[in-house]
Design a protein around this ligand. Structure first.
Ligand SMILES: Cc1cc2nc3c(=O)[nH]c(=O)nc-3n(C[C@H](O)[C@H](O)[C@H](O)COP(=O)(O)OP(=O)(O)OC[C@H]3O[C@@H](n4cnc5c(N)ncnc54)[C@H](O)[C@@H]3O)c2cc1C
Length: 561
């Protein structure tokens, strides 16, 4: 029997083995996979006003232990997707410590504090995050979800793609879509169908992942016990839980290691297993692989379908969330005619090199965590300890300088460097701002799901010709003036916010500067606010958005948070 599920989306259908599900014959976007990345994409498409169908072969959220760590960039992408602070539990981590049985602590990363309004590192439970993303979808009637529906084939034509789906009850259906996004996980059928094989390697080691609560000696940070005989990453998680990951030794089998006796023995340094509640235990094998390309024509890969990484720097899902933020607005803008379809090529160009760089970092971390022998362990760990004696190197490691910056060498931004600290093709900063109605919010929420022209201390809209402003608004743009704290008092019109934390001025840009910011909060262009006309025209040209009609200035949309 086909049933309506409480998955959150306004229209969610669940197929079962006996009864086929009815699907629309045509949709704008078809998202294959309702894991965290597919669910984030669905929310983003909904926020940008696009319509989509999301299908997943599973009827329920996958409950096994998977992602546990998210960084500030992952949290910011979730904020863009519409998640709020209390939507899912998280534990902020103050530091990450690496220790060796021979040297004690040899490495430490400082994760205390915030970047762009979010903690640098938190732990969480993936099924709870997925539930929160599904619940948030209820705001978007144009996003439909069909569960228990499996993609079996795709054919691409000039105007769109035709997807064949197993809809239950032994029936198949064909759905035409203008774009298809394969967020169908590591074993992605979409990736295979478009011939974008994975390149890279598989780690020969298996890992036992154990989630438990009630340890006698709980920790408040992340620790990597880098013992070559049995490396163990260990971290606290929400709700009093903790996670351990134990590397299996040659000859140890999955069944043997998942047994109660083996788990009790492994947990012994942290407490008696009899006193702990073991929530989950499962053996995993990790991979370090990236698809040859993240797209082909009208078909795109996102999340684990595009790249898989060992979890040593907690970046698998985070990379998928970066994909979601980068791709969703481009698809929505193209679907609505606000931008040319040629912007879609920048998705692969921007995302693939960064995903690869993160995987390289995870592989480097893997070498530190699991040295192959005692001499190699001593050598590498002593070297790292020595390097940390030099203050600049120490800062480089401790303050995450080693983490690849999310700045695109090539992509959808106006090339060049300016005298502001803003980097075109890099992230636009986020800080706390006060709105005209007195509310204090994070600036991404103030900007909303739009393209934005942001002026620092100056109204950048004043420099725009009426036709340019009209074209910018038609392209989903918004004009915002960021003013110094208290300086808004003499401003009467809407469209400004006060820089409460001083993140923007002088942090990011000098007084009188302006930036054009993409909906995924990447800097598209910047320059003097007096030259806003040129900045906007060049940005619109890059997006392929026409400068259409004359319109009087003043139609600046108010904040809607
Ligand atoms: C032990 C472990 C620890 C991890 N730790 C971290 C961490 O700390 N931090 C981090 O960022 N990441 C971590 N990860 C990685 C993270 O869990 C994944 O990157 C994330 O789940 C990927 O999400 P996804 O939506 O791309 O894919 P998935 O979650 O795999 O979702 C894919 C969905 O597609 C559906 N599907 C597949 N094929 C079809 C089809 N043909 N038709 C319809 N539906 C289909 C599936 O049913 C599934 O629901 C970890 C992973 C593991 C295994």
């Amino acid at each position: 029997m086909v049933s309506e599920a409480n998955s959150g989306a306004s229209q969610t259908l669940v197929a079962d083995a006996a009864t086929p599900i009815e699907l629309p014959a045509e949709v704008d976007a078809l998202v294959v996979g309702f894991g965290p990345v597919g669910a984030a994409i669905a929310n983003l498409l909904g926020r940008y006003g696009a319509s989509a169908l999301v299908v997943d072969k599973a009827a329920e959220i996958f409950m096994a232990p998977r992602a546990i760590a998210l960084d500030n960039e992952g949290l910011r992408a979730l904020q863009l997707a519409g998640l709020e602070e209390g939507d899912f539990d998280r534990v902020a981590i103050p530091y990450v410590r690496m220790s060796s049985p021979y040297l004690g602590e040899f490495g430490r990363v400082n994760t205390l504090g915030e970047i762009d309004g979010h903690p640098k590192l938190v732990t969480f439970y993936q099924p709870k995050l997925e539930a929160a993303l599904r619940a948030r979808l209820s705001r978007f009637p144009a996003i439909r979800v069909a569960l228990g529906v499996t993609l079996t084939g795709v054919v691409e034509g000039a105007e769109g793609v035709a997807a064949t789906l197993d809809v239950g009850g032994g029936a198949a259906a064909t759905v035409s879509a203008r774009y298809l996004i394969g967020a169908d996980g590591a074993g992605s059928l979409v990736r295979q169908l478009i011939g974008r094989q994975f390149e890279g390697r598989t780690y020969p080691q298996d890992w036992l992942v154990v989630d438990a609560r009630g340890a006698a000696r709980p920790i408040d940070h992340v620790e990597f016990v880098c013992d070559h005989r049995r490396p163990v990453p260990h971290m606290p998680a929400p709700d009093g839980q903790e996670r351990w990951e134990f590397m299996l030794r040659p000859g140890e089998s999955r069944a043997q290691m998942e047994s109660d006796e083996a788990v009790a023995k492994l947990l012994a340094p942290w407490g008696r297993a009899a006193d702990m509640a073991i929530e989950r235990k499962a053996v995993y094998r990790f991979h370090a692989r990236v698809a040859k390309a993240f797209s082909k024509g009208r078909i795109f890969l996102a999340g684990d379908a595009a790249h898989v990484t060992p979890p040593f720097v907690g970046q698998g899902l985070v990379a998928g969330l970066r994909d979601a933020a980068n791709l969703s607005w481009k698809i929505a803008w193209t679907l609505s005619g606000r931008a040319s379809p040629r912007i879609l090529a920048s998705y692969d160009e921007e995302r693939r090199p960064h995903a690869k760089a993160m995987i390289d970092l995870a592989r480097l971390m893997g070498k530190l965590i699991m040295p192959r022998s005692a001499p190699i362990a001593l050598l590498t760990h002593s070297l790292l300890r020595l390097l940390r004696l030099a203050p600049p190197l120490r800062r480089y490691f401790d303050d995450l300088g080693i983490k690849p910056k999310n700045v695109f060498p090539k992509g959808l931004f106006v090339a060049g460097r300016s005298r502001a600290k803003l980097v075109r093709g890099g992230p636009f900063p986020q800080g706390w701002v006060r709105l005209p109605d007195g509310r204090v919010v994070l600036s991404d929420d103030a900007l909303g799901p739009t393209l934005a022209l942001v002026g620092f201390g100056h109204d950048p809209g004043a420099a725009l010709a009426a036709a340019t402003l009209a074209a910018f608004l038609a392209c989903g743009g918004k004009v915002v003036q960021v003013v110094h704290r208290g300086q808004a008092l003499h401003l009467r019109r809407e469209g400004w916010c006060e820089d409460i934390g001083g993140v923007f001025m002088p942090g990011a840009a000098p007084f009188g500067w302006a930036a054009v910011v993409r909906p995924d909060r990447t800097v598209l262009h910047d320059g003097p606010a007096a030259e806003a006309e040129r900045l906007v025209r060049e940005s619109l040209a890059l997006l392929g958005a026409p400068v259409r009609a004359e319109a009087p200035y003043g139609a600046v949309p108010a904040f809607s948070v």
